[in-house]
Design a protein around this ligand. Structure first.
Ligand code: DC
Length: 218
């Protein structure tokens, strides 16, 4: 069983996907964390983000995997736990650029498909329903109004200890969405077979309930 969850930043995808996978006993794969890991490594190495070849080489030589701790999932890049580092504003500001390169995306998509082979998965991202798991049994597209999405991102960053400017967060988030929607390969979009859920006025439990009822109906 494959469940794809796509949508813009702050729509509640990862919290929901985590809960859903726990409930169903499936593997959770946070594909955004993979693009973030690559971006973190590129920034560490001072790689020019306009250098497609250098980023392609980097993607080929980077191993990313997930390790499940008792309560949450850790992101391991080349044997280093960078779960916190990949959420920094610097990484958030650069990740769409890195994710815009087709050759980089092909490598990531291949790895994601390999991770989802022969296991039941809940995978969240932007292009899961279209590129990574086109045969997924369920394709959900989560969305929310921009004020709510910006509020959630701001809260998330505050919890991680960053001092944040909400207006700037909203501006960056909208820019990232725009970039994610306009790239040639794997753009963020609603598919013909997507089930769209607006989470603006729903709690995570309510979204979870809604999704579970759709899955259990069949
Ligand atoms: O879900 P997130 O905010 O952690 O994702 C970070 C960035 O990675 C986002 O701006 C777009 C990119 N991304 C992508 O291009 N394709 C995916 N499947 C997942 C994320």
């Amino acid at each position: 069983m494959k469940i794809a969850i796509d949508g813009p930043a702050g729509a509640g995808k990862s919290t929901l996907a985590k809960e859903l996978s726990r409930k169903l006993g499936y593997i959770y794969i946070d594909t955004g964390a993979m693009y973030r890991s690559l971006t973190w490594k590129a920034l560490q190495k001072n790689i020019n983000l306009e250098d497609a070849q250098a980023l392609f080489n980097l993607a080929q030589n980077t191993k990313i995997h997930f390790r499940n701790d008792s309560d949450n999932q850790r992101v391991i890049c080349d044997d280093m736990d960078i779960s916190e580092e990949i959420r920094s504003p610097q990484v958030s500001g650069a990740v769409s650029r890195v994710a815009s390169y087709q050759e980089v995306r092909k490598i990531m998509v291949n790895q994601q498909q390999a991770m989802g082979r022969s296991v039941s998965v809940v995978m969240d991202g932007r292009d899961i329903g279209e590129c990574v798991l086109p045969d997924a049994e369920y394709k959900f597209f989560l969305t929310a109004n921009r004020e709510e999405r910006a509020r959630r991102r701001t809260e998330e960053l505050k919890l991680q200890g960053y001092s944040v400017n909400p207006e700037l967060i909203e501006k960056d988030m909208l820019q990232r969405d725009k970039d994610d929607m306009k790239r040639d390969m794997g753009a963020l979009k609603i598919l013909d077979d997507s089930i769209v859920i607006d989470t603006s006025n729903l709690t995570i439990d309510q979204v979870l309930e809604k999704i579970l009822s759709i899955i259990q109906e069949d």
